[in-house]
Design a protein. Structure first.
Lengths: 167, 486
């Protein structure tokens, strides 16, 4: 049952991913992207990570997509921007297919599971999902977490520098 | 809850991040002070950031020989970090000194330029000091985002826009590769700590047994090789280097390249030491490709910035030779070479900055006709830097190449060393051509040269001292480089 559900969602995710790059109108592309994000959120639920699913929907499908659509509407792309780049499609397709076959070959002949990490589904059940994430962020990954705040600061400063009218 | 706080505080060791912490504080402080500084000039911001770099340098110095680890093994302030931090600080300092006058001349005296360079430097320091994949990744992102903005800093210039956008799109793409690699390696080993990954991979067999390791290794390498600008991931380099403001190009070609080498070398040595035969074989091909493509295409260039971009690709290839050698002299050779490259390349770009006219850069070979005779100081400086880039004694470039190729020969890669030396011979042609134009062609009659600002001259003089010091007495620094590697 879960497997069937997985394949169903996977097909929807890939199809909407395809729509993102094939749609003529940017807004349609953006909606395809929203759909992909929702499918990913469902995958998180299936992996027993409901908190991640909620964050995925709130941050990506919510906040970021709203921004993207705002930008699309503000820019009001002309016909020139809607032209699709078609150079090298054949070569890219061949290269992508080769990579795909390569990956499939290796997965078939090798072992694709790795070591078991510290956090198993059992610990998630017993401690709680949000608690585990919070603990990891503020203990084990405290420094990367703090560096991420510098990252955001740099991004904000950069955006202001590039976008401000008078400097 | 109490328990949690205790765990967190146990692992905090501020000494492990002291230099980058100081630098970040200066960056943020400068952002705040900028509000009160007079507009239209960036002189004050220059001196504040130079003071910041010097203070950071002091803390780097105190960290030498006194390794500190902290934050649950996310970061290590060891000799290796200190050596690379010095490279980044020199790259940032020389860049900042040459920028002041240039920004005003080009009509963009925006003080936010300097905090962005400081943050990029701090990001580079996190890349060198990270012993956790996440620290390295976030350091790389801090550095890259600051650089995307700096590349597109001249908003009114189409070329700068193109450089910023191209660098951003391709950089984001390569970041995807890197992150995918990290995720796959995490999937295999169950850890993001470099040492734990190394222990697991050492214990659990071969590459082909688990395709995820192979894919992770390749994707990870792709991400770093892009930042290093190694072939075949070098396509962005000429356009971005040409379009970005010249001081930013100088910084990009030295600091971030060294940072990518720092993180790449640490990851390869900590995580993948058990797979050395496999990845040295892969990097052998890439090193040869990078050297050949960089040098051969550089021959055809008539724009100096573009030529130096291709030359920077070639130099990444020389440094990769040290990585292929994978022995003590090869690794310490990379450290030495990156320091030498910082001095000679930033020095050459500083001369390019001062060779410009108002409003437009003077970057063509033709524009350099008679340059050496009209501007004796800049001409001599450029000659020294070019000799160093060629790898002729008694300059830093010779010593650096000597160590790297010695490492390759010692490791048994005779052919690789031969290809490297042959490539150096090819590079003589296009470097010498600049000199021919500078000294043996007549200058245009009515040519308005820009005046020599003191700060930029200081930057060139420091670079000259560095080039000669590393070239004449390379032993001391090489000893330090040997102490710095693992």
């Amino acid at each position: 049952m879960e497997l069937i559900f997985f394949y169903l969602i996977a097909i929807v995710a890939v199809a909407s991913g395809f729509l993102v790059i094939r749609c003529q109108s940017p807004v349609n592309s953006a909606l395809g992207l929203v759909n992909t994000f929702f499918c990913l959120a469902i995958f998180y639920v299936m992996l027993h990570a409901p908190f991640m699913a909620a964050i995925q929907i709130m941050v990506y499908a919510g906040a970021i997509m709203v921004l993207i659509i705002f930008v699309i509407m503000l820019l009001n792309l002309g016909t020139e921007a809607r032209k699709r780049y078609t150079t090298g499609v054949v070569w890219s397709a061949i290269a992508s297919l080769l990579v795909l076959f390569n990956v499939m070959y290796f997965i078939k002949r090798g072992r694709v599971t790795g070591a078991e990490g510290d956090i198993t589904s059992y610990t998630v059940e017993s401690v709680g999902h949000v608690e585990l994430i919070g603990k990891a962020l503020f203990t084990e990954y405290l420094l990367p977490f703090e560096i991420a705040s510098i990252l955001l600061l740099v991004a904000i400063v950069g955006a202001v520098v590039l976008a401000k009218k008078e400097v | 809850m109490e328990n949690l706080v205790q765990i967190a505080l146990q692992n905090v060791n501020m000494a492990a991040i002291l230099p980058s912490l100081v630098l970040t504080c200066f960056g943020m402080g400068l952002l705040l002070i900028n509000v009160f500084l007079p507009r239209g000039t960036t002189r004050h911001a220059v001196w504040i950031s130079v003071i910041g770099l010097v203070v950071t340098g002091f803390f780097v110095y105190t960290g030498w020989g006194n390794p500190q680890y902290g934050f649950n093994d996310a970061v290590a302030n060891d000799n290796y970090t200190a050596f690379f931090s010095v490279i980044f600080l020199f790259a940032a300092g020389l860049t900042i000194l040459m920028s002041d006058d240039y920004l005003t001349r080009e009509g963009y005296p925006v003080s936010e330029y300097y905090p962005l360079i400081l943050f990029a430097t701090a990001g580079a320091m996190w890349m060198a000091s990270g012993t956790d994949m996440l620290t390295i990744f976030l350091g790389l992102e801090v550095m890259s985002i600051a650089l995307y903005v700096l590349a597109g800093f001249f908003r009114g210039q189409l070329r700068s826009n193109e450089a910023g956008l191209k660098y951003f799109l391709l950089g984001a793409f390569s970041t995807g590769f890197l992150l995918y690699g990290i995720a796959l390696i995490y999937g295999v080993t169950g850890s993001t700590k470099l040492t734990e990954i190394g222990i697991y991979l050492n214990a659990h067999g071969s590459l082909l047994e688990n395709p995820m390791t192979l894919a992770g290794l390749v994707l990870l390498s792709t991400g770093f090789l892009f930042k290093i600008a190694a072939a075949p991931f070098h396509m962005w380099t000429p356009d971005v280097y040409e379009g970005a403001p010249t001081p930013v190009t100088a910084f990009m070609s030295a600091g971030p390249k060294a940072a990518a080498f720092a993180a790449f070398l640490r990851i390869m040595e900590y995580c993948f030491f058990s797979l050395k035969p496999e990845w040295t074989a892969m990097l052998w091909v890439i090193a040869v490709l990078t050297m050949v493509i960089g040098n051969v295409i550089a021959i055809q260039q008539t724009n100096l910035k573009r030529m130096l971009a291709y030359s920077s690709i070639a130099h990444a290839g020389y440094a990769l030779v040290g990585l292929v050698a994978a022995n003590e002299i090869g690794y310490s050779g990379i450290l030495f070479y990156m320091l030498a490259y910082t001095f000679m390349n930033i020095g050459a770009f500083a001369v390019l900055v001062l060779a410009g006219k108002k409003g437009e850069d003077n970057l063509t070979l033709e524009g350099f006709s008679g340059f050496g005779l009209k501007r004796p100081f800049l001409g001599v400086a450029m000659t020294v830097f070019l000799f160093s880039l060629m790898g002729l004694p008694p300059t830093a470039g010779f010593a650096g190449k000597f160590y790297i190729f010695a490492g390759a020969v010692k490791a048994g890669y005779i052919w690789l060393a031969v290809i490297g030396v042959l490539n150096s011979a090819v590079s003589l042609y296009y470097y010498l051509r600049i000199m021919v134009y500078m000294y043996f062609r007549d200058a245009e009659e009515d040519y308005a040269w820009v005046s020599l600002p003191a700060a930029a001259v200081i930057s060139i003089v420091i670079a000259l001292i560095g080039v000669f010091y590393l070239g004449i007495i390379p032993g001391d620094v090489m000893e330090m480089a040997k102490m710095a590697i693992f």
